[in-house]
Design a protein around this ligand. Structure first.
Ligand SMILES: Nc1ncnc2c1ncn2[C@@H]1O[C@H](COP(=O)(O)OP(=O)(O)OP(=O)(O)O)[C@@H](O)[C@H]1O
Length: 918
């Protein structure tokens, strides 16, 4: 038996102990400062909590632990995105790859939403990634604190068991550290050094000190303030729960405020319905003198646990839910539930959450579709979230092409190669998808022959682009398929229109390994012949490069064929895609897929596995103010008769006849050019509209061309304005306003000479010159209707040119004049460097003679006027050339106002292909 300590001894021991405590507290403070300075997890966590969320973290993670799962209010705008969930839906975040791993964490996404005041009829559960979870306050703080405790406080716990209801408000370190449960405390034993806990702890600003979280039902510990601390717990009793705790007046007041309260005098305990559970726990947390342990959930079998905690079956109706991806690493479980079920979710440890929920007999939870899991599977392997695309080795590709790529274009090529040459390049219009596609295709040069499928109006522009960017390709290696009788594989590069492709099905039996599809939204309707011809081809090709500035113009269903073209294994059944993203609804006549749903997830999926899209505004700093483009239209498309007639007129100009006759021939050539180009011009305009170009200007100067365009726009019911020489000044102003303010498709059809000045049409960013004009100053002025103050975008300018017509001479004439103006410092425009077709004009002696005539005619005073008048008054019906540009060819053209389709075919190989309704 030991002797009792003397007072002296007791005093000495107490003094020593106080000194030890002071030393320990000092040491802890030093550690805290060090960790703050080095950005260690404790300090980082605290500041992170204060400074707001990281991109993938909830806005207030501090409350994360307090409720194992706290509902998040759904963004009310989600339904406008096609998300059909109710606005009061709540979320639990889950990590997508972890769905496969079965690891879950929870978070509170919207701390402003009270957990139980208005219990929702639907919950959405969301998980986060393991990497993110590690950075969450409740994990990192506790773990780090645990580690520190083990170093700095030998008596403190190494184990950091955390209940979901611990207050994680950042606290001074000394206090926070001792908030950790010791192994003993976690097994409901008092801490080994309770005095250390109480004496080193200081009260938190909230008056609540987490150091007092000692779980021992009904136990009382002394608080630094000297107030009595009650520790109690909740116990499940059927569909109610009971609170076991000693007397605490504040808590009793809370009990009495709860509607479902009931007092059992036998056990002297209060019990409540589960609906009051969250309110009670919230309120208890705010009481500084109360620590209430939440309902326990066994860690074992999810189903057993879940079911044991379920309210009686009668109170829990059958509910359905589904998982939805919300970021590259997170998804939500969206469940429509009863209040009881939601209460149950809130109690769940969210690890194995999905496994648990799916074991509930009353809950049917659809997992993420395999397509999504597969698409995001690569995220599983990653330790950090990164979207870095490796730099592709383009050493085998033509250096001029590679060095011409703008930085964002180079990134596009890298992306394509990272995706093994299968992608939808959906850059905004005019961002240079052509050069990127050619570069990507050139990277796979060993797998050629190459097939390029394009709208027929740009077949020859593509040919020119290949010649420009891949000089090793001679013209004889490029095969532009013009008729259904041509061979599809005659060249190293084979260019064909969508409509001809469907006519060459037999030739498609030998697959191409590398395929480019320009304006791939032309395939949006799987029932069209073009789509039926193209899809099988794309599914077997090794590389598929789809290009479109507008992959879907009105609804997600339009994307399906393009997704399948790039990823044939994604959503093999359209119906599955329709159910998920098209808000598919069963109607009396069948399924309606015209809606939209889960657009956020669809966007994520597209960006992860299928599509690269940059907007003009994203890369504006890399773009020139004006991008001019030469569009070769209609070569080879004039009928033999028209070609012969144009040739005859051209010959007339080379004859040594008198000046007047030569000029007449020139005027005739000019007029015939206009007329011959009309179908190509209209085709190009309709292609632009089909490609989603909403607003643009079309300049022409023959009345017959202006008429043909406006007639066609009227026929297609496309909103448009027309300003020509006959438009009054008042009307000009009004029409300009109308165009500027129009929000729908709108085309301004303008006379080059009457509308090249004094008008502001800057709400468009594209100008199309349907016809050329010999005076470049007038062209530049016309361009500037759009490129002017108020224009915030890079402006596209397309010059439509037809080979074998007056354009052959007008274009070099313009270039030459621009050069002269440039040398005189009067123009900084450059018309020769800007286009693919710089070799457009080939000077054989006869052509040179005609060119000279053009030059002379347009330089003489008054010639302009003569030509302009001739253009104004040109009437194709009466102006058939003596040489016979076959009046019957002209008759049928749109310009005559005749609706004869037969006549149109004289010019065009497939009028029907572009006259289908928009
Ligand atoms: N890196 C570049 N160097 C030189 N010219 C370029 C470059 N990128 C694009 N261009 C030019 O910009 C113009 C627009 O390019 P392109 O026609 O490829 O755009 P797009 O994205 O296909 O547009 P759209 O969707 O309207 O067809 C062309 O004249 C093209 O030659």
């Amino acid at each position: 038996m030991s002797l009792p300590l003397t007072e002296e001894q007791k005093k000495k021991i107490e003094e020593n102990r106080q000194k030890a405590l002071a030393r320990r507290a000092e040491k802890l403070l030093v550690e805290q400062r060090q960790s703050t300075a080095s950005g260690s997890s404790i300090a980082a966590t605290a500041s992170q909590t204060k400074q707001g969320p990281s991109p993938n973290l909830p806005s207030d993670t501090s409350k994360l632990v307090r409720h194992g799962v706290i509902p998040k209010q759904q963004n009310p705008s989600s339904s406008s995105n096609g998300d059909q969930r109710p606005h009061n839906s709540h979320s639990f975040h889950l990590n997508a790859p972890e769905q496969a791993k079965g690891m879950w964490k929870t978070e509170e996404d919207n701390p402003t939403v009270g957990p139980s005041h208005s219990l929702p009829s639907q919950v959405t559960l969301t998980a986060i990634s393991p990497t993110l979870a590690q950075s969450l306050p409740e994990v990192s703080t506790q773990q780090n604190l645990g580690n520190k405790l083990s170093q700095g406080h030998p008596q403190a716990s190494h184990e950091t068991k955390l209940t979901p209801f611990v207050n994680t408000t950042p606290e001074p370190l000394a206090k926070t550290k001792i908030s950790q449960e010791t192994p003993d405390s976690s097994s409901r034993q008092p801490p080994k050094d309770p005095e250390l806990e109480t004496k080193t702890a200081t009260p938190s600003t909230s008056g609540r000190n987490i150091s007092n979280t000692h779980y021992d039902s009904g136990s009382v510990t002394s608080r630094p303030e000297g107030r009595s601390q009650k520790v109690g717990k909740c116990i499940r009793k059927g569909d109610r729960f009971q609170v076991v705790i000693g007397f605490n007046a504040e808590l009793i007041a809370v009990f009495k405020s709860l509607p479902s309260r009931s007092y059992d005098p036998a056990t002297k305990t209060w019990n409540f319905s589960m609906t009051d559970y969250s309110t009670l726990m919230e309120a208890a947390q705010r009481l500084p003198t109360v620590t209430l342990q939440p309902l326990a959930l066994e860690e074992a079998s999810g189903s057993a646990v879940a079911q044991s905690c379920l309210p009686p079956a009668a109170s829990l109706n059958f509910v359905e839910g589904r998982c939805l991806l919300i970021s590259r690493t997170r998804f939500e479980a969206d469940i429509r539930g009863t209040e009881d079920l939601i209460t149950l979710f809130k109690q769940m440890d969210s690890r194995n959450y999905v496994a648990r929920v799916r074991c509930l007999p009353q809950v049917k939870l659809d997992p993420l579709p395999m397509t999504l899991v597969q698409a995001f599977a690569s995220q599983l392997e990653k330790t950090t979230l990164t979207a870095d695309i490796p730099e592709a080795d383009l050493s085998e590709v033509d250096t001029k092409l590679v060095s011409s790529l703008l930085p964002f274009q180079r990134a596009g090529v890298n992306f394509a190669i990272a995706k093994r040459g299968r992608l939808l390049l959906a850059d905004d219009m005019g961002l240079g998808k052509t050069i990127q596609a050619i570069c990507i295709a050139a990277f796979y040069r060993k797998e050629w022959p190459l097939l390029v499928v394009v709208p027929s109006s740009v077949r020859f522009t593509w040919e020119q682009a290949f010649l420009r960017w891949l000089p090793f390709l001679g013209p004889d290696t490029i095969n532009v398929v013009v008729t259904g009788k041509d061979r599809l594989r005659a060249g190293l590069v084979n260019i064909i229109s969508f409509d001809l492709l469907s006519k060459l099905e037999k030739q498609l039996q030998t697959p191409f390994k590398v395929v480019i599809i320009d304006e791939s939204h032309f395939l949006k309707n799987s029932k069209t012949a073009r789509c039926r011809a193209a899809l099988p081809l794309l599914k077997v090709a090794k590389r598929v490069i789809l290009l479109s500035g507008t992959p879907a113009m009105s609804r997600p269903s339009e994307l399906y064929t393009q997704i399948v073209a790039v990823k044939p294994t994604f959503f093999p059944r359209f119906h599955d895609f329709g159910l998920r993203y098209c808000d598919a609804k069963k109607q009396s006549w069948g399924w309606d897929y015209s809606g939209s749903s889960n657009l956020r997830e669809l966007k994520l999926l597209l960006e992860e596995a299928v599509m690269l899209r940059r907007l003009k505004s994203d890369v504006l700093s890399q773009l020139p103010a004006k991008q001019r483009k030469l569009v070769l239209v209609a070569p080879g498309r004039f009928s033999a008769k028209v070609r012969a007639a144009l040739d005859t007129i051209a010959k007339e100009m080379t004859k040594d006849s008198n000046k007047q006759k030569q000029k007449q021939a020139l005027i005739m050539f000019f007029n015939s050019t206009a007329e011959a180009k009309i179908p190509s011009i209209i085709e190009y305009i309709l292609d632009l509209l089909e490609s989603g170009r909403e607003k643009f200007l079309v300049f022409a100067h023959h009345k017959v061309v202006l008429d043909a365009i406006t007639n066609e726009l009227e026929r297609k019911r496309v909103q448009h304005i027309r300003i020509d020489g006959a438009t009054s000044s008042a009307d000009r102003e009004r029409l300009c306003q109308q165009f500027q303010l129009s929000e729908r498709h709108a085309v301004a059809v303008l006379s080059i000479t009457a509308a090249n000045m004094g008008l502001t049409l800057s709400s468009a960013d594209l100008v199309v010159f349907a016809e050329l004009f010999w005076n470049p100053g007038v062209l530049i002025q016309a361009e500037d209707r759009v490129h002017r103050i108020g224009q915030s975008s890079s402006v596209g300018i397309h010059y439509l040119m037809a080979k074998g017509t007056a354009d052959d001479y007008l274009w070099p004439l313009i270039q030459e004049k621009i050069k002269v103006l440039g040398e005189a410092g009067l123009s900084d425009a450059n018309f020769s460097e800007m286009t693919e077709a710089t070799d457009y004009f080939c000077k054989d002696p006869k052509q040179q003679k005609i060119y000279d005539l053009f030059q002379k005619s347009f330089e003489e005073d008054g010639s302009d006027m003569e030509l302009l008048e001739a253009a104004e008054s040109f009437d194709p019906g009466s102006a058939s050339l003596n040489s016979g540009v076959c009046s019957q060819d002209m008759e049928g053209s749109t310009s005559t106002g005749s609706s004869s389709k037969k006549g149109r075919f004289e010019y065009f190989d497939n009028w029907d292909s572009f006259t289908s309704p928009l």
